[in-house]
Design a protein around this ligand. Structure first.
Ligand code: NAD
Length: 362
C-alpha cells in the first residue's frame, strides 16, 4: 500500500518524538512491504519563525494532499505574549478545523509492567483501559464571540461555549460505534446541572444511544468523573465528552497510567486523519534527548489502524511498545529512582528493532 503522510514536527520535543515515530513507520513499511512517502512541513512556532504564520498555506495544502498527518507538538514560551492569530496553538486549532477532524480518540491503557509507576496503588489502577472520545471542533475552544476587552476600566475576557445538535450527534455516533467494538459501556460526561450546552448534549446522546441498544449508556457530571478517574480508573470503558472536558480528563488519565508521554491520539471523521501524542511541546525538557517518544510511536499505530486499515501492522507497533516496557526500557518520565533510563533515540531503537526483527520471529 502507498502510505502518503505529512509530518509536522512542530516545536519543543515535537521534532524529537516525531523523528522516532517516523523511523518506526519506515520500519513497518519495510517489513510489511508498503511504500512510505513523507512530506515534512512546518507548523506552530517553527512556522511562525519561518513564515510569520502558525499554519502556512504550504503546510495546509500538503496535509490536504496526504492520507494522514503526524504531528509532534506546538507551543513555546517565546510566543506566549503573541496575539491570538500569531500563537503556535492557533495553527493547530486551525489545522484541526480545516481537516474537519471532529472526533479525537485518546486511549489510556495501563501497561502491566508500569503498574508500579502510577501514582495510584497498583490494585486500584490495574486493568485500566479507557478510550476517551473527545469532541474536537466545538465548545469553548472555537465558540464566538471571544475577546479580551481592555478599554473600559477592569479588563473583561469572554469565551463562548456553543454546541449544535448535529455536532453532538456525529460525535455520539462515533462513541457508540467504538464502544460496540470494546466492552460496550459508554459514559457520557457533561455538566448538565449547570450548562445549557450540556443539557442538549445529554438529550442528544440519549437519543443516539437508542440506536445502539447493545451499548450500556450512563451519564455523569464532569466533576464526579474526574474524581472517579482517580478512585476507580478501571471502571471506565469509553468516555464520550465535549472538547474542554476531554482535554482535561485525558491529561488526568495520562497521569493515572504513569505518564503523559505514553498517550497517543487520533483525530478522525474529516478529510484527512490527524495523529499526535497527547502531550505538548514540553519546553522544560526540549533538546535534552530525554523525551518519551512512545506517545508519538503509538500515534503511528493508530494511524496504521484508522487511516490505512492495517491492523496487523498497528498491532506489531503496539506489541513492540509492550515488549520494550516489559524488558525494562524506561525514558526518564517512566523510571523509578533506582531504574536505568534510556534516551529518546534508544527507546525508538527498541521499537524499531522489534518491528524489523518480526520477520525473523514469523
Ligand atoms: P506539556 O504536555 O508540554 O508538558 C507537561 C509536563 O509533562 C512537563 O513536565 C513535560 O516535561 C512532561 N512531558 C510532556 N510530554 C512528555 C514526554 N513525551 N516525555 C516526557 N515528559 C513529557 O504541557 P505544558 O507544559 O502545559 O505545555 C507546554 C507547551 O505545549 C505550551 O506552549 C502548550 O500550549 C503546548 N501544548 C501543545 C499541545 C499540542 O501541540 N497538541 C498540547 C498541550 C500543550
Amino acid at each position: 500500500m502507498q502510505l502518503d503522510v505529512t509530518s509536522l514536527p512542530g516545536d519543543g520535543i515535537g521534532p524529537e518524538v516525531t523523528s522516532q515515530a517516523i523511523r518506526v513507520l519506515d520500519g513497518v513499511a519495510a517489513r510489511f512491504g508498503h511504500e512510505l512517502s513523507i512530506d515534512e512541513k512546518e507548523i506552530g512556532g517553527a512556522a511562525l519563525k519561518q513564515f510569520g504564520n502558525p499554519l502556512p498555506d504550504s503546510t495546509l495544502q500538503a496535509c490536504l494532499r496526504s492520507k494522514a498527518v503526524l504531528l509532534g507538538a506546538v507551543g513555546s514560551p517565546e510566543f506566549d505574549r503573541n496575539s491570538r492569530n500569531l500563537r503556535p496553538e492557533t495553527g493547530l486549532l486551525r489545522l484541526r478545523r480545516e481537516l474537519g477532524a471532529f472526533a479525537n480518540l485518546r486511549p489510556a491503557v495501563l501497561y502491566e509492567s508500569l503498574a508500579n509507576r502510577s501514582p495510584l496503588r497498583e490494585e486500584v489502577v490495574r486493568g485500566t483501559d479507557i478510550l476517551i472520545v473527545r469532541e474536537l471542533l466545538g465548545g469553548l475552544y472555537f465558540g464566538e464571540p471571544r475577546s479580551i476587552n481592555e478599554s473600559t476600566g477592569a479588563t473583561v475576557a469572554t469565551n463562548t461555549m456553543t454546541y449544535t445538535e448535529p455536532e453532538i450527534e456525529r460525535i455520539a455516533r462515533i462513541g457508540f460505534q467504538l464502544a460496540r467494538t470494546r466492552r460496550r459501556q459508554l459514559l457520557s460526561v457533561d455538566k448538565a446541572n449547570v450548562l445549557e450546552c450540556s443539557r442538549l448534549w445529554r438529550e442528544v446522546v440519549t437519543r443516539v444511544g437508542q440506536h445502539f441498544p447493545e451499548v450500556q449508556l450512563a451519564h455523569m457530571y464532569v466533576d464526579s468523573a474526574a474524581m472517579l478517574l482517580v478512585l476507580k480508573p478501571s471502571s471506565f470503558d469509553v468516555i464520550l465528552t465535549e472538547n474542554m472536558f476531554g482535554d482535561i480528563l485525558s491529561d488526568q488519565a495520562g497521569g493515572v497510567v504513569g505518564s503523559l508521554g505514553l498517550l497517543a491520539s487520533a483525530s478522525v471523521g474529516g478529510l484527512v486523519g490527524l495523529y499526535e501524542p497527547v502531550h505538548g511541546s514540553a519546553p522544560d525538557i526540549a533538546g535534552q534527548g530525554v523525551a518519551n517518544p512512545l506517545g508519538a510511536i503509538l500515534s503511528v499505530a493508530m494511524m496504521l489502524r484508522h487511516t490505512f486499515g492495517l491492523h496487523k501492522e498497528a498491532e506489531c507497533v503496539e506489541a513492540g511498545v509492550v515488549a520494550a516496557l516489559k524488558a525494562g526500557f524506561r525514558t526518564r518520565d517512566l523510571a523509578g529512582a533506582s531504574e536505568r533510563t534510556v534516551s529518546t533515540d534508544e527507546m525508538g531503537n527498541q521499537i524499531l528493532q522489534f518491528v524489523s526483527d518480526g520477520a525473523a520471529r514469523d
